[in-house]
Design a protein around this ligand. Sequence first.
Ligand code: GH3
Ligand code: MG
Ligand code: MG
Length: 297
Amino acid sequence: MKILTVDDSDVQLRIVKAVVKSAGHEAVGATDGQVAWDMLQKEHYRLIITDWMMPVLNGLELIQRIRAANWASYTYIILLTSQDTKSQVIAGLNAGADDYLTKPFDPAELVARLGIAQRILDLEARLADMARQDLLTGLANRRALYETLQAALSQATREQSPLSLVLVDLDHFKLVNDQYGHPVGDQVLQRVAETLSKNKRGYDTVGRWGGEEFLVILPNTDLDQAMIAAERLRATLAAAQLVVTDKISITLNASLGVTSTQHTPSPFTIETLLKQTDAALYQAKGNGRNCVRAFTA
Ligand code: GH3
Ligand code: MG
Ligand code: MG
């Protein structure tokens, strides 16, 4: 793990960095709270070891700023300081430190406390993954798709590159449930998810938008290219034998709606893009299903 170590004493900083490295981590140094804060604006560090008394911005102020920022992923903070009275320890923890170690410190104790931090951060990462994954298919869920879409949209705006969306809705899926039962329907959705994942392009994201609807996010892709990608997905799915058991194997069609930022009034919003994709999908359903339609204004 890349750990940010903050201390205004050159000697102390070198000692802490050496201990961090001995524990198998990478150590990046900052000479006061403000320097650390500036670095955190550019890159997220999951673990910070900080001194308290420092010029410009002290350790407690740094911790308070980090907690107030309330970033999406957690920052575990160890306060490493010579302020060692009970009331100081309490003040440090109250400011938002996760752990507290007083100087002079025992290197083995810091390593042990890094181990605690690692366990907590691993748990946080696991929970974050779970919160982004669709339970049935293992694909990105709606929440994760929203996040990916937000990031893709920012990138498209920044780099003035096109971004396209494809919404895939299985045709007459209700009939599968009616004929074979809901558990088989579930397995069919899993096979569809596998088929879409295997056939998407490397940079694209496919996720389960809901029910029997899947959303594909295609960064750096204009409408023409997205139509080709969507048609390939449609044809692949239509040709696929979705094997549920050795007795049940199903073929399914889907209707696909496609939209691109090119044909969206700027500034693009996720809501507009999704609405357009939905309208295109509606057209595909209206045109007899098992086809791809682009959004037209
Ligand atoms: P259309 O071609 O118009 O899209 O028809 P459809 O039957 O696919 O669409 P409709 O929206 O009428 O029905 C969607 C069906 O998908 C109904 C619902 O029971 C089923 N479904 C949604 N989520 C799940 C799921 O997680 N598991 C199973 N087995 N079925 C699901
Ligand atoms: Mg549907
Ligand atoms: Mg459907």
